[in-house]
Design a binder for this molecule. Sequence first.
Ligand code: NAP
Length: 414
Amino acid sequence: MTYEKIVVPTEGQKITVQNEKLNVPDNPILAFIEGDGIGYDITTASKRIWDAAVQSAYGGQRKISWMEIYSGEKAAQLYNGDYMPAETFEAMREFIVGIKGPLTTPIGGGFRSLNVTLRQVLDLYACVRPVRWYEGIPSPVKRPQDLNMVIFRENTEDVYAGIEYESGTPENEKLAKFLREELGAKFFEGAGLGIKPISAFATKRLVSKAIQYALAEGFDTVTLVHKGNIQKFTEGAFRKWGYEVAKEKFADVTITEDELWSQFKGKRPSGKVVINDRIADIIFQHTLLRPTEFGILATPNLNGDYLSDALAAQVGGLGIAPGANIGNYVALFEATHGTAPKYTNLDKVNPGSLLFSGAMMLEYIGWREAATKIYRAFEKTVSQKIVTYDFARQMEGATEVKTSEFANAVIQNL
Ligand code: NAP
């Protein structure tokens, strides 16, 4: 494939898929989107750390070849006002693994969120958010170390389907009439209307991914988070299809919570992942009061949205929460915060969210040693109280440093 503006590095090889597995060369080409606002600062700092961690872990045996691809304001400048050039999608399909900084969604002019567009066009159906605490990071709870969860949030339906009809429009009135007259539905005059599709197809591929991850990463449980007591045929169906796919595809390596008690007296047999479910409201209380009981949480879109931010707050906030959007193989890792425009080019903000997303990316391609080095070096730097402004204002006796200086300190500690 030839590209108009994207320069494919001459050094390095493509990651490919073989026998349903990623085949990662020692010198893979990884794509990156710099991002708007603080994107330049955090991407520059993080790339230095990722490269240094790979060097430190593999002593020159392995090396990343970075390939810049474009979206957001930088794309608009390069591609004549196009914020989301088609070749960005092509490059992600061809090179499979990439990472992105935050993107501004232009206000007005009928733009959809660039982030949502990327997920939908590339069919990145699982939004994956690991949440765990790192030594030294300020947290509002007593035992943040007890929390170690990964949220698998469905990325393509539920509220992300975007099927809504504004009150007073002909479409709304047509739908309201159909619902009342044909289906006997009752609701107030002039109500805005939205449709919440949840399918077996999307639920099963999401829950499958969550179970595969639990097995690969040694988690004991996969919890289906739903509001099925109220919305039986959408949220309740998510629960039902979640259990179904566990039986259909993972019968030999999973058991349900009922089976755990009826057959194993509550003691999980080794090698088995327990599949259970919890109602969406109670899960907030449970994850706060009994976090050790949970591992992987698989959720429809909206539940996962709230839960991701609430859990991130328990371990130090969104500024350092990593994330990824993953499809069948294509994976785009991303900072979970926005562009924080007031800090643009001030070399001030915390690169943690993007940095950890990159560590997830290294884990995804199987370079765990490098990822572990990043986590350890970050922890060490924070415990030395060398931090960016956001942590400095929550820590006594901290030395506040710039983004680039923080990167220097992490590299020193690798
Ligand atoms: P935001 O950019 O996340 O910033 C909100 C606040 O969060 C900042 O003012 C700052 O808090 C803190 N913050 C964010 N990133 C930080 C970092 N790396 N280090 C330290 N603190 C950080 O949210 P927003 O202001 O609502 O959104 C701004 C733009 O970002 C919008 O155009 C929005 O569409 C876009 N956005 C993009 C994404 C994405 O690309 N994934 C996600 C969300 C929003 P203090 O002011 O307290 O210092």
